[in-house]
Design a protein around this ligand. Structure first.
Ligand code: NI
Length: 226
């Protein structure tokens, strides 16, 4: 399931982050690429141990629980500390699948990358190209969102970032290990959740919506792993 989540960060938060990031030193993104990815990756990345990686990453991690859409769609168990990349001057990242399990630097923790996320820090009119193209069961989906907006997509998908031919594309990216590993099951739970929310808003908490809510939780109980 591919889902756009608007306004995860406010325009003011984006402005402050971008101001801080404008003076940061960016390093070659190939430093963190695996054997296969290194052939297709041409971008810049903020070092994982850079103070801003931690600082802005924490800001994002604090914003996520405040987003009902993110919580319902990702059903997060663990979230990988966000990282930051920058594409400019023809930079691109060819088709690849992200590593299935990521080690969290400086900790013994590992995270299974069930759900991938990109949070845009540049507005679409600031750069040409730089589309995030995700191969979905419905074909290729091209995503380019306003600053502060987030896209979620299955960690299992093949994806790429097309060459940035004008301006610069700044974004954060991270992965979530979900309570529900399977994308299809997660998508069903999300649809059920959204329908229950809409029914409750329209009809209030009647017996049928309570029963449906029970079905939701009992499915989550069956499918979740903690
Ligand atoms: Ni990727």
């Amino acid at each position: 399931m591919l889902l756009q989540i608007p306004d995860v960060l406010s325009p003011e938060q984006i402005r402050q982050c971008r101001e801080a990031l404008s003076n940061a030193e960016w390093s070659d993104g190939r430093g963190t690429a695996g054997h296969a990815a290194i052939q297709v990756k041409r971008n810049q990345q903020l070092a994982p141990d850079h103070p801003l990686t931690q600082q802005i990453g924490d800001l994002i991690l604090q914003a996520l629980p405040a987003s009902p859409l993110f919580m319902a769609a990702a059903l997060p168990l663990k979230v990988f500390p966000p990282r930051f990349n920058r594409y400019t001057g023809g930079g691109e990242y060819g088709f690849h699948v992200d590593g299935a399990v990521m080690s969290v630097p400086g900790t013994p923790h590992r995270i299974r990358t069930d759900v991938s996320a990109t949070l845009f820090f540049s507005d679409p009119d600031e750069y040409d190209g730089g589309e995030l193209v995700i191969e979905d069961t419905y074909g290729e989906q091209s995503v380019k969102l306003p600053a502060g907006h987030l896209v979620l997509y299955p960690g299992t998908s093949l994806h790429k970032v097309t060459p940035v031919t004008r301006g610069a594309r700044l974004a954060a990216f991270f992965w979530t290990q979900s309570l529900v590993r399977d994308d299809g099951q997660r998508a069903l739970l999300f649809q059920l959740d959204q329908s229950i929310q809409a029914l409750r808003a329209r009809e209030g908490n009647d017996a049928e919506t309570s029963r449906l809510l029970g079905v939701y939780h009992n499915l989550l109980r069956q499918w979740s792993q903690t």
